[in-house]
Design a protein around this ligand. Sequence first.
Ligand code: KG4
Ligand code: ZN
Length: 367
Amino acid sequence: MTLILGIETSCDETAAAVVEDGQRILSNVVASQIDIHRRYGGVFPEVASRQHILSITPVIEEAMDEARLSWDDLEAVAVTYGPGLAGSLLVGVNAAKGIALGCGLPLLGINHIEAHIYANWLERKGEPFDKPVLSVVEGLRTGPGIVFPMLCLVVSGGHTELILMSGDGQYQRLGGTLDDAAGEAFDKVGRLLGLDYPGGPAIEQAAQYGDPTAFDFPRAWLGDSYDFSFSGLKTAVLRIVKTYETKTTRSDEGSRRVAREPASRQLPVVDLAASFQVAVVDVLVEKARRAAQECHAEQILLAGGVAANRLLRQEMAKRSSLPVLCPPISLCTDNAAMVAGGAYFRYQAGYRSGWDLDVIPSLKLTG
Ligand code: KG4
Ligand code: ZN
């Protein structure tokens, strides 16, 4: 039995978790800073790192308490060392170093993208631990255990990558975004529509009541490439928002009304949200499906915050003949269980970090 403490502070969540043998979650504590960053409409890096400093010790203590463990029970300490915000990563890496050094435990630096991928290995509620991990898409499809090679679509606030994974820790990058990440596009469009932060869940919620065919937004197919671009789509939404702003101003000028209704009230927000969401999902699903086919993948795996999107999960399962793996919704966004989970296979393979482990804000998964 290998118990690993995972620590995650790459962006705006301070998180710590204890995971047994890469699958069984004994504790998973996430202190979200969303309420703090909401007022800025995005993550404010200096504020984020200061908040990590305040939260890191209580969060780690809570994770250890919840798991009912003492430091002696741990086998290793794993921490995200990139990619992410430098100041935020530093807090986690130094906390991990302190604990590992103080307790005489090995230290493992983990890539945040790899951790998102390994969220798919974590146990799902209601499934016995000794069974192989099943591919479960909200009951739509079940399949065999994990089989390589698999096509990974990693979609988060900072990343949109298509990766061919041929074994534990073996990755080949096929393509990625040329501009905004998928989650970033959700967040920016959410702001344009006057929705809550972060935009992803807010757009998904608004889209439930909208018509996805109301606006025919552009899809950037970029020929045969496996790359993505979402800036044109964002601009298309902006253009429509502006036409509504103009209309409001003109009608107000005519009617001598002093207090103007905010433009966003008159926007067909739910239709815009639904049409935007379907345009993003369409491109993500089609490119992942084609890449999986062309690379002879056995499975498709979704990872990252945007993988929480139900339309993406459903469409991927519907349009692909391959089994589709998604983490449970609660483990799609940043957490430390995925860090401890990803660390397990590395630990087994003999990987260890030195005490000179440093943060790498632009760390890549491949080459
Ligand atoms: O993985 P994550 O927590 O952080 C990064 O590594 O970036 O992803 C956060 C991103 C945000 O952009 C958020 O808007 C998006 O994931 N997101 C969603 C949903 N839930 C979170 N996007 C679309 N639909 C969702 N349900
Ligand atoms: Zn993330």
